[in-house]
Ligand binder design. Structure first.
Ligand code: ZN
Length: 374
């Protein structure tokens, strides 16, 4: 049976802070006006630049703001059965954890009402206020009964390396609800995006995100997150993945020499990554020659790591040619749907149940932990 594709990275765009007003409590609704709070969007994606969204996917309204338009452009051409909405509105930016928590809750409620309620194919990530891991965990617990939320969403650049123990309450709550943790390119701008200081240009910022993903991968492994949470899966989103083989060669080589300092890392890092980390497909930082791309996949050493994504409506992805033509049929099928079903227990439950979204609060008994699905 051919499974309908599952798009693991689409971007609904909040039209503006005013759109969250109906989902904020009276205090915060008043505060946004009284303080003259402006948009929380980070500058990591230049929304006003002509190339922010693909020209052929420009909606009459701002790209990504209309669920029907996004479905027509990003889901229908692929016959996509399910798509995960990753809203990148910058709730992580305010230094106030109270404001961050209020905005995160409002954003998640907005996604549920304005997107998930409008198209049965939409699923979403829970955006969490990382200013406070405890409040982030509370937000996961609040949303988890709505099984259309299938993942927890964090940014590749936050206030500290993501393996640090301070983040573990988030992982504990995600693990409790069998929710993978997605890490998307982006920043709360507590630190420079490069390891050597602030760059001048967006091209530097965007290219440097791969450094951040490498550092986060090293942090998650070295700090023992995978050992502490044996069922937890991480999904690197819009991270690129052609850098992965060289990074794993280097990290695994030095693990062999230095493993005495991290005794909880009991397996070679490359093995841990193959078992517990997934990567969205687009945008691909791929070489021109398809033979070289296939060799990169060979170096990665598994056909289970990549998850289909369009990254709609951003401009970097390859439109309807999102799956490289050189991918063999069996690999394409894995990437289009099978890998996502192994990664996201709630998507697997949906597909088994005929793709209809379960009602909020549905019994979680059928859920398998990610560790049990592969
Ligand atoms: Zn993305």
């Amino acid at each position: 049976m051919t499974l309908a594709p599952i798009d693991c990275d689409i971007h609904p765009v909040l039209p503006g802070l005013a759109s969250l007003a109906p989902y904020l409590d009276p205090h915060w609704r008043e505060q946004i006006v009284a303080r003259g709070l402006d948009e929380q969007e980070s500058i990591s994606y230049p929304k006003n630049a002509p190339l922010t969204a693909r020209a052929d996917f420009r909606a009459p309204s701002r790209a990504g703001t209309d669920p029907r338009h996004l479905a027509a452009e990003a889901l229908d051409p692929f016959g996509t059965g399910l798509a995960i909405c990753n809203c990148l509105y910058g709730v992580q930016l305010p230094f106030s954890e109270d404001l961050g928590a209020a905005l995160a809750s409002a954003l998640n409620d907005w996604i549920a009402r304005e997107w998930l309620d409008r198209d049965q194919r939409f699923r979403a990530s829970i955006v969490v206020p990382t200013q406070s891991p405890a409040r982030a965990a509370a937000e996961i617990a609040r949303l988890a009964p709505d099984r259309r939320f299938v993942q927890v969403l964090m940014l590749a650049n936050d206030s500290a390396p993501l393996g640090n123990r301070a983040w573990w309450p988030i992982y504990e709550e995600a693990s409790r609800h069998c929710l993978p943790v997605g890490i998307h390119a982006g920043s709360s701008y507590r630190h420079a995006v490069t390891g050597i200081g602030w760059p001048s240009y967006y091209i530097e910022d965007y290219a440097a995100q791969a450094q951040s993903f490498q550092s986060q991968l090293a942090s998650l492994i070295a700090e023992g997150v995978f050992a502490k949470f044996p069922d937890l899966v991480f999904v690197f989103i819009e991270s690129g993945w052609t850098w992965l083989p060289a990074f794993l060669w280097r990290f695994t080589k030095f693990w062999r020499g230095l493993r005495a300092e991290v005794p909880w890392v009991a397996a070679p890092p490359a093995e841990i990554v193959r078992a517990r980390v997934r990567f969205t497909l687009q945008p691909i930082d791929a070489p021109e020659d398809p033979a070289v791309l296939l060799r990169v996949l060979e170096h990665i050493g598994s056909d289970r790591l990549l998850l289909f994504s369009t990254d709609h409506p951003h401009w970097q992805f390859d439109g309807t040619a999102a799956i490289p033509a050189c991918f063999p049929e069996a690999l394409a099928q894995r990437v289009l749907a099978e890998n996502a079903l192994e990664t996201y227990p709630r998507l697997a439950a949906s597909v088994r149940g005929g793709n209809a979204p379960p009602p909020p609060g549905a019994d979680a008994a059928e859920e398998n932990g990610p560790g049990e699905t592969r």
